[in-house]
Design a protein around this ligand. Sequence first.
Ligand SMILES: NC(=O)c1ccc[n+]([C@@H]2O[C@H](COP(=O)([O-])OP(=O)(O)OC[C@H]3O[C@@H](n4cnc5c(N)ncnc54)[C@H](O)[C@@H]3O)[C@@H](O)[C@H]2O)c1
Ligand SMILES: O=c1ccn([C@@H]2O[C@H](COP(=O)(O)OP(=O)(O)O[C@H]3O[C@H](CO)[C@@H](O)[C@H](O)[C@H]3O)[C@@H](O)[C@H]2O)c(=O)[nH]1
Length: 448
Amino acid sequence: MSTDNPPAATRVSIIGTGYLGATHAVCMSELGFSVVGVDIDPGKVANLAAGRVPFFEPGLEELLRKNLDTGRLTFTTSFTDAAAADVHFLCVGTPQRPDSPAADLSHLVSAVDRLLAAGPKPGSLLVGKSTVPAGTAAALARRLATEAPLVGLAWNPEFLREGFAVEDTMRPDRLVLGLQADDGGRAEGMLRAIYASAIEAGTPLVLTDFATAELVKVAANAFLATKISFINAMAEICEATGGDVKTLAAALAHDARIGGRFLGAGVGFGGGCLPKDIRAFQARAAELGAGYAVGFLAEVDAINLRRRTRMAELTTELLGGSVAGRRVAVLGAAFKPNSDDIRDSPALDVANLLHRAGAVVTVTDPAAVPNARQRHPELSYADNAVQAATDADIVLHLTEWSDFREIDPVALASYVRTPTVIDGRNALDVARWRAAGWSYYALGRPRV
Ligand SMILES: NC(=O)c1ccc[n+]([C@@H]2O[C@H](COP(=O)([O-])OP(=O)(O)OC[C@H]3O[C@@H](n4cnc5c(N)ncnc54)[C@H](O)[C@@H]3O)[C@@H](O)[C@H]2O)c1
Ligand SMILES: O=c1ccn([C@@H]2O[C@H](COP(=O)(O)OP(=O)(O)O[C@H]3O[C@H](CO)[C@@H](O)[C@H](O)[C@H]3O)[C@@H](O)[C@H]2O)c(=O)[nH]1
């Protein structure tokens, strides 16, 4: 980092301290900046200020506590406290609107309203990190030009993965900076100073305009979603032909042009990002008159959602045509392992489909049960796989936590009524489960 701009002298505010913002706040402080995290949720602020991360993210709580102790990191609900910062990172949510596939930008608008009302410092920089439809930054720039002409703007989308949030923030695959051509390089200079350690470590830096920066983010998520739905479409074909999608994916992965990552077939993608981002992308493209260009994303979404109904159908079939009154153990509630995030979780969707069809569903998850219980009080919950599987007619493996992959199938078999398992993530050791007497089924794989 440049010595004429020592980190501690640069004050940073993080607006919105959810998964993204809390991680960014802690990591900015770890880099030596003086950081204030602002959120409208007093409970979240109180937890973070007391050293508690209100969600599951490996390594984050230790780093939060360490940085609170330095005095460099504080959390508040007051935008006045944030107004004195040199750089403001906008990290509020941009969820799907309840009534349409488009992104809800109301949190973003409200956060900017509050910041402007608090009077940000002249010469300070507003940096968008939230995932937004193309054109959002340009609209915000027009607003700043009239309401706060001395405040700069940049768009710096975030690519972190939950479960790896700290390492992805400290050492991202790339840094994308959407900049205004007419600011004399100010925003670029300030962001180069903020990200000096990652840049010095060789992180590729992409300097571009607002629209491209916004699009890199949604294009990346659209590509990842497409890759997953591609392999799940192949799983559907495997089901029709008797092929094995796991062998197919492994064979594809030998081609370095394709690669093996994000070719895991199963119940598909969920979470607070991929599903809503591909929908918002289609909605924005349609507004721009270019909906035809991303029409394939509707199919990506449809393939993904079909995996959930297919899982429920296979369960029904294996239970003899009806799940009514049958006991189903669901291993997994989070949308992926190492997370307690249940947003658009395939596991909970499947659990609900079966519950609505009359099954007695018991869900367990190493981290996500409290969130799941709050959102879906109609389901039953257990502390562990043995409790969930006791007297079960069938076991569904829907989130591939290592706790579940490491289960001893011999021991579990002694608790269930019928040793039948459907591996919705293609992640269990088939030979072990079969040797332990289980009837093993998976999506996209032949029945034995
Ligand atoms: N979660 C991820 O892994 C991830 C990764 C990359 C990008 N993103 C993007 O980052 C953004 C935030 O996602 P998230 O998962 O952290 O969401 P989140 O819901 O966990 O957090 C959003 C936070 O913003 C706060 N907030 C809402 N309105 C506010 C306002 N007016 N002022 C201050 N705070 C306000 C909420 O209280 C909440 O704490 C989204 O655009 C998302 O697409 C998320
Ligand atoms: O082969 C695979 C890989 C993933 N998944 C599922 O895909 C979803 C998304 O997984 P992942 O991408 O690891 O999780 P997120 O934390 O949602 O991260 C995505 O969304 C973030 C928010 O935009 C981006 O920042 C990240 O780069 C992007 O990977 C999960 O349900 C996974 O179970 C599969 O079904 N098969």
